[in-house]
Design a protein around this ligand. Structure first.
Ligand code: HEC
Length: 227
C-alpha cells in the first residue's frame, strides 16, 4: 500500500515537474480554448487517444463482468488499470502519460496531481453552470519554458459501471468483500447512471519533426543557456 502510494506520488511528480513542495501547490496552468485552430492538433491527438482508452475501459469491464461476475472482474479492472497510471499507449508515441482520476477515488494511486485538481474543479464548475465540457485542453508552464500539454475528457457513469460504482447496499456481496480487501478506503460507490465519475487524461508530447523539411531555427534565447 505504501509502495503504491509512493508510486502514485512519484508518477504525479514526474508528470508535473513544476510542483515544488507537497504543501505549496505552485502549478502554473491554464485551460485554453479547445476549439481554437492553434490547439486543434493537440486536442485531436489527445482525443483520439482518449477515445481508444474510453472504448477499452468500457469494453473490458463489460466483458469481464459478463464473463466472470463483478467480484472477479475487480481483478481484471485492477490489472488493466495499472498501465493507466503512467504508461504510454502502444502505437501512439505522442502520448507520454495517461491517467484516470476522480474526486471520489477507489484506488489512492489514482489521486489527482495539482493540475488535475484544477481540471476536476473546472468540470465541477461547468457542471454547476449546467454545461458538460466535452474536452479540456490544459497548458502547464514548466520551468525551462517548454509547456506540458494535457487533454482531459470527463467520463460519466454508464449503466454497466453501476455494477461496481453504484450504491454500496446494491452491490453484490462478493464484490463488496473483494473491494474491502483491495481498496479499504474506497470512496467510489454511490453513483447512479448519468453522473459524472471523473476524468481521463493524456499528456500530448511534441510532434515528430517532418522528415523532408529542414528543422526550423530554434526559438531564440530559450534553448541557449550558458553557465
Ligand atoms: C468490475 C467492477 C468495475 C466496473 C464494472 C467499473 N469499474 Fe471503475 N473501477 C473499478 C476498480 C477495481 C477500480 C480501481 C482500479 C485501480 O486499482 O486503479 C476502478 C477505478 C475507476 C476509476 C479511476 C479512479 C479511482 O476511483 O480509482 C474511474 C475513473 C472509473 N473506475 C470509472 C469507471 C467507469 C466510467 C465505468 C463504466 C464504464 C467503470 N469504472 C466500471 C471497478 C469497476
Amino acid at each position: 500500500m505504501n509502495t503504491r502510494l509512493a508510486l502514485g506520488a512519484a508518477l504525479a511528480l514526474a508528470a508535473l515537474a513544476s510542483v515544488s513542495a507537497a504543501d505549496t501547490p505552485t502549478v502554473s496552468a491554464a485551460f485554453v480554448d479547445p476549439d481554437s485552430p492553434g490547439h486543434a492538433e493537440i486536442r485531436d491527438v489527445g482525443e483520439r487517444a482518449i477515445n481508444r482508452l474510453g472504448v477499452t475501459l468500457v469494453n473490458e469491464v463489460t466483458v469481464a463482468v459478463a464473463k466472470s461476475g463483478a467480484a472477479k472482474a475487480v481483478d481484471v479492472c485492477h490489472l488493466r488499470a495499472l498501465p493507466l497510471t503512467g504508461e504510454i499507449i502502444a502505437g501512439m508515441p505522442r502520448i507520454t502519460a495517461v491517467k484516470r482520476t476522480s474526486q471520489k477515488l477507489r484506488n489512492p494511486a489514482n489521486a489527482p496531481d495539482e493540475a488535475e485538481k484544477l481540471a476536476l474543479a473546472q468540470v465541477e464548475k461547468e457542471l454547476a453552470a449546467g454545461r458538460l465540457p466535452k474536452v479540456l485542453v490544459q497548458r502547464i508552464d514548466l520551468p525551462g519554458g517548454k509547456p506540458e500539454w494535457r487533454v482531459y475528457r470527463p467520463v460519466g457513469i454508464a449503466p454497466q459501471c453501476v455494477t461496481c460504482h453504484g450504491p454500496r447496499e446494491s452491490l453484490d456481496a462478493g464484490l463488496v468483500a473483494r473491494l474491502a480487501e483491495k481498496y479499504p478506503d474506497d470512496q467510489a460507490t454511490g453513483y447512479a447512471a448519468g453522473q459524472w465519475r471523473g476524468l481521463i487524461r493524456v499528456t500530448v508530447g511534441d510532434a515528430p519533426p517532418p522528415a523532408a523539411v529542414p528543422a526550423k531555427s530554434a526559438p531564440p534565447s530559450k534553448a541557449v543557456r550558458k553557465s
